[in-house]
Design a protein around this ligand. Structure first.
Ligand code: NAD
Ligand code: ZN
Length: 604
């Protein structure tokens, strides 16, 4: 619910001011909707102008029936007759309401103490004394469990000794109410503390309700004054111009790599110097090798090292990472000397993620995104046994989490050491070889045709692209040679996206994978087969490769999807902004939209 009053005292009509071509309130509405967190989003307003504007942009608006003193009353009236569980109040003048902040507030209701919470709200750390003492910034103090103790415009706590290291928090106007708490607020009269401070949520405390606070340090810009609007317009422009993949990226590369048939036997010598006292090496090995005595014998296990066979039947999940990390921590009192992944993209990604989560608090899902990892990972080694994903060289580990399929992309993600032994890829089944190999081909196509392309990416992408054509179109090539070439194509394809990004096929394939569990390689193939409009020449080449190797792709996999599943698929795909931006340029959202995606998916 976005309460929206037309006449704001400090900046009349601010919600209808222009922000990058749309009124502020429309931006706020679209941002809330784009999070994908809500079953419904409404603007609740006293103004016909706002009402019409929202409807005109295809949104949902409700006219308030009565006069209200505050936004909370306005939304309480609106939800009184709705069948709802949790109602979130998003301020109309916060068009940059952060997805992360909303996720934090909502996650409070997943905690063990959820049934004790009447409402949740957000706070952000503040450090500047001017802001701490500014009465416009509402401060909040919390108990050990982050339940609000009090809200005030005064600096609380008051620092008698100015050197005390105390963290001040500013309250942010996002609330998630249980419906009953909201209705209680509406029906209970205003109280004296609330009236004195002019802070709505004090009323809840005065009536004994429990407010749990979540922390977000994503500041955002509230629009209170015309100057704020100027700042917001500037920020919006910069956001558009400087997406995550800005022009100059300073990224790490794998510092050590050994290559060649049989080089796997170097592993013992490589690990020796990395071993710390009683700290074990943990091997995560694809369980396809469970009965491969020969390979297992060659793994240089010493002392208390541990070997875990892991199934790659499903792609790695954040939860799986958490379980693995917990079991390692429970079994060993020493932090491992290293994590060694032996397998395809699934196992390599798992090894990267486990090594990160051994040194970073909380759950893996908290780190899905760009540059969220704080501490250096445990030493980790990647040993691919199938080629194509480039996971051995990339800066990400792709995980499916409770809310999204997204990588942990950070400077600490890449392997410290990679072992490239083409012989290890010998047993890969033909279809799987094709699907994973095509991942590499598609990485190159998407990078080479993307708007982020520069000479750095191009030099890697072109090499890998040519290798793929040799491997998959030249029927005279020997198996041995094809294996060696594909291993290097995978590496170069991965490097090509390091300074660039993937594109349409990957965005759509993520949607398939999230909703239907379709695996990455085959999912990319299914999608790419239908992308003539975006990559005409390369789709033709792909079809020729498919034919040359007698590959039959599944058909009609989206035929029986419910509307809900289709919507989720589309919203997962559309949420991958950098991919679309690379594929279609900064104005990608004028080229692609939900309906177009649905039509494409329907063909698959
Ligand atoms: P995979 O790791 O799931 O392996 C595919 C199949 O091949 C599995 O059944 C596996 O057991 C089998 N296999 C592997 N090596 C074998 C061998 N030598 N002999 C016989 N069978 C073998 O598949 P993949 O395509 O390598 O990886 C897909 C995963 O990689 C996805 O989870 C995807 O999200 C991820 N990915 C990551 C990145 C990245 O940069 N981190 C990039 C692309 C894809
Ligand atoms: Zn890929």
């Amino acid at each position: 619910m976005i309460p929206a009053r037309y006449g704001a005292s400090r900046f009349p009509g601010k919600l209808m001011q222009d922000l990058g071509g749309k009124p502020v309130i429309v931006r706020t509405y679209e941002a809330a909707k784009a999070t994908g967190f809500f079953d419904e989003v409404y603007v609740v307003t006293d103004s016909e102008i706002i009402f019409k504007e929202i409807e005109w942009h295809g949104g949902q608006a409700i006219m308030s029936q009565k006069e209200h003193d505050c936004g909370t009353d306005r939304i309480a009236e609106a939800v009184a007759d709705m069948d709802v569980d949790i109602v979130v109040n998003v301020q109309g003048d916060e068009p940059f309401t952060s997805k992360e902040g909303l996720a934090q507030v909502l996650s409070v209701f997943d905690g063990a103490d959820a049934d004790q919470i009447d409402l949740a709200s957000l706070m952000t750390e503040i450090h500047d004394w001017r802001e701490i003492s500014d009465p416009n910034a509402v401060k909040v103090v919390v108990d050990k469990e982050n339940y609000a103790l009090y809200f005030s415009r005064s600096p609380v706590p008051y620092p008698r000794d100015k050197n005390t290291a105390v963290q001040y928090y500013k309250h942010k106007g996002i609330y998630a109410f249980r419906k009953q708490a909201l209705l209680d607020f509406y029906n209970l009269p205003m109280t004296i503390l609330e009236a004195t401070e002019k802070i709505e949520c004090i009323r809840f405390l005065e009536y004994g309700k429990r407010i749990k606070m979540a922390i977000s340090n994503n500041q955002g810009i509230e629009i209170d004054t015309p100057e704020d609007l100027v700042r917001a317009n500037k920020a919006l422009k910069e956001e558009k111009r400087l997406p995550i993949n800005h022009k100059y990226r300073n990224f790490p590369m794998v510092p050590k790599v050994v290559y060649g048939k049989g080089c796997f036997d170097q592993l013992g010598g490589i690990l020796g110097p990395q071993r710390r006292d009683k700290a074990p090496f943990i091997y995560l090995v694809d369980d396809v090798f469970k009965d491969d005595e020969q390979l297992i014998q060659r793994i240089p296990m010493r002392f208390n090292d541990k070997l875990l066979f892991i199934s790659s039947f499903e792609e790695p999940k954040t939860e799986q990472v958490d379980v693995l990390v917990k079991s390692i921590k429970t079994e060993f009192s020493y932090r491992p000397s290293g994590i060694i992944g032996i397998g395809g993209g699934s196992i390599l990604d798992l090894a990267k993620a486990v090594s990160i989560m051994l040194t970073n608090k909380g759950q893996a899902s908290e780190y899905q995104g760009w540059d969220l990892v704080k501490n250096k990972a445990v030493y980790h080694v990647g040993i691919p046994t199938i080629s194509g994903t480039g996971a051995e060289v990339s800066r990400t580990t792709v995980l499916t989490g409770p809310e999204k399929k997204l990588g942990i992309n950070s400077d600490f993600t890449p392997f410290d050491q990679v072992v490239l032994d083409p012989e290890l890829t010998k047993g890969v089944p033909k279809d799987q070889w094709f699907y994973t190999g095509m991942d590499c081909f598609i990485h190159c196509v998407e990078s080479l045709n993307g708007t982020f392309l520069n000479e750095f990416s191009k030099s890697y992408g072109e090499k890998a692209y040519d290798l793929c054509k040799e491997i998959f179109l030249d029927t005279a090539i020997s198996d041995d040679s094809a294996r060696e070439k594909l291993m290097m194509a995978s590496w170069h394809g991965g490097m090509s996206i390091a300074y660039s990004q993937v594109g349409v096929a990957h965005a759509m394939s993520y949607g398939l994978s999230y909703v239907l569990g379709v695996k990455h390689g085959i999912g990319n193939c299914i999608v790419f087969d239908h992308l003539e409009e975006y990559y005409p020449e390369d789709v033709a080449i792909f079809k020729a490769m498919k034919k040359a190797h007698g590959i039959q792709l599944p058909v009609d996999i989206c035929k029986d999807l419910t509307d809900n599943q289709m919507d989720t698929m589309v919203s997962i795909a559309l949420s991958l902004v950098p991919l679309w931006e690379n594929a279609l340029g900064p104005d990608w959202d004028s080229v692609i939209n939900a309906d177009k995606l649905k039509a494409l998916y329907a063909k698959m």
